[in-house]
Design a protein around this ligand. Structure first.
Ligand code: AHR
Length: 487
């Protein structure tokens, strides 16, 4: 067994870990909203206003801080007025991006804000810049946030919501370099300036406006966008990066049936996000000290499950995804000086989902459990940590981060990314003497997953930990993730 030393300095606070870094994404895609989160008021599945109670509870349990909606590519063909008012009268449309299915608009603005209220999270709207109009987006903001005295505020009241909602996060378009209009950065940047002008702050609401940033390593997009947008009422730009094994979008491979080589290439591909964060942040800093980075779509993308609609992007989720999640979240913590939000794609039944459903059954994926184990980092201060490391098949064996919580406790999260070596971690903590610890472990074979027949194959267990006056020791089994809270 390898033995590695780790140093943590509780006195060396680096940056605030915004809770929204642990955010999520829900799109009108496949069974994310319909037959997923939203089953309708008449469903035999226990629900509140049509929203599944078990899903709400699961989201609350991991302290979901923010939820992005309605897309994705869907956002740039979504017309919000089709999704308000009496449900039976709502206009139908075809969801051309995702499976060509009929969208009946029964889940719209009121239902989304109701969902966020039930979860207790911030809503994050992606506005339609691709196929909508400035007026349409301006009126959506008015409908949602203006107290009274305008046609939109009165329409909201007529539709049953007297008080305005609070809306902080507003994305102006989605992937406008691609499905959001195939725009050049120059064209989009000028459109952004125009659209955002009419997104007003009403009734004490303050919008945090997010410009569509780059696809992966498109540094030219970031540079050109910011050279035109600058600090032009922009709080953040978004970055989209999906992890695809071997970076091969044609042969992504199965979510559950993969070789060890594919595992290592997946983790290597996921770790590439750190280079993207550093390089895009360096470009941002040329133009502004204030603009932040939001990674509002990230996660692993594999072939759909055999026999399912290719347009629904439904995939299983294994310990490989758990390790990838831990690596990403540790990286986001480490760069929380520039990253103010990140949203995993997607919350239910789509891509690297937190939750899978089938009828009334619900499965929490290994990815879900990692979010639960890392939740303590939310709203904490990143503190200095360093672990000795070694390389296996081109990736570092250990991923780690540490934070100090408002109550004075310390959270340390670790992953052993190897498939064949247990690792003992011996830590030394400066400025903190642990008196007690709660340590949790998620481990299993890298191909293990939770199915509807066996929903608890991969589930958190207690991790043995020994404390000294100035540190702790734990053994991380191969292919495992640990979360340790020290008091
Ligand atoms: O998450 C699935 C899709 O991936 C989103 O709709 C789009 O923004 C991205 O290309």
């Amino acid at each position: 067994m390898k033995q590695l030393n780790m140093v943590i300095n509780a006195l060396d606070k680096r940056s605030h870990i915004n809770p929204e870094i642990y955010g999520h994404f829900s799109e009108h895609l496949g069974r994310c909203i319909y037959k997923g989160i939203y089953v309708g008021e008449d469903s035999p599945i226990p629900n509140t206003d049509g929203i599944r109670n078990d899903i709400i509870q699961a989201f609350r349990d991991i302290k979901m801080p923010v939820l992005r909606w309605p897309g994705g590519c869907f956002a740039d063909e979504y017309h919000w007025k089709d999704g308000i008012g009496e449900k039976s009268l709502r206009k139908k449309m075809v969801n051309t991006h995702w499976g060509g299915v009929t969208e009946d608009n029964s889940f719209g603005t009121h239902e989304f804000f109701n969902l966020c209220e039930q979860i207790g999270c911030e809503p994050y709207l992606a506005g339609n810049l691709g196929s909508g109009s400035v007026q349409e987006l301006a009126e959506w903001i008015e409908y949602i946030t203006l107290d009274s005295g305008s046609p939109m505020a009165e329409l909201r009241k007529k539709n049953g919501r007297e008080k305005p909602w609070k809306l902080k996060y507003l994305g102006i378009g989605n992937e406008n370099w691609g499905c959001g209009g195939s725009m050049t950065p120059e064209y989009y940047a000028n459109e952004y300036r125009r659209y955002q002008t009419y997104c007003r702050n009403f009734s004490g609401n303050k919008l945090y406006k997010i410009a569509c940033g780059p696809n992966g390593d498109d540094y030219e997009w970031t540079d050109k966008l910011l050279s035109i947008v600058k600090d032009w009422h922009t709080s953040a730009i978004s970055l989209h990066y999906y992890t695809v094994p071997k970076g091969d979008w044609i042969h992504k491979g199965s979510a559950t049936d993969f070789t060890d080589d594919e595992y290592y290439s997946t983790i290597s591909s996921t770790l590439h996000i750190e280079e993207l964060i550093k390089k895009h942040s360096a470009i941002i800093s040329k133009y502004s000290d204030n603009i932040k980075l939001i990674i509002d779509e990230w996660g692993c993308w594999y072939d759909v499950e055999p026999g399912t609609n290719p347009g629904f992007l439904y995939q299983q989720n294994t310990m490989r995804d758990a390790i990838a999640t831990a690596c990403n979240l540790n990286i986001f913590n480490a760069h929380s000086d520039v990253i103010c939000m990140a949203n995993l794609a997607q919350a239910v039944n789509v891509l690297q989902a937190l939750i899978l459903t089938e009828g009334d059954k619900l499965v929490k994926t290994p990815t879900y459990h990692i979010f639960g184990m890392f939740a303590q980092h939310q709203d904490s201060e990143l503190i200095y940590s360093f672990a000795e490391n070694f390389s296996v098949n081109g990736i570092p064996a250990v991923s780690q981060s540490a934070s100090i919580n408002p109550d004075g406790s310390i959270t340390v999260t670790l992953a052993n990314c190897t498939l064949d070596e247990d690792i003992e971690i011996n830590s030394n903590i400066v400025g903190f003497s642990p008196k007690s610890a709660v340590a949790t472990l998620l481990t299993g074979d890298v191909r293990d997953y939770n199915s509807f027949d066996n929903p608890d194959t991969v589930t958190p267990t207690e991790l043995a930990i020994s404390l000294s006056d100035n540190g702790f020791s734990v053994t991380l089994p191969k292919c495992s993730v640990a979360s340790i809270t020290l008091r």
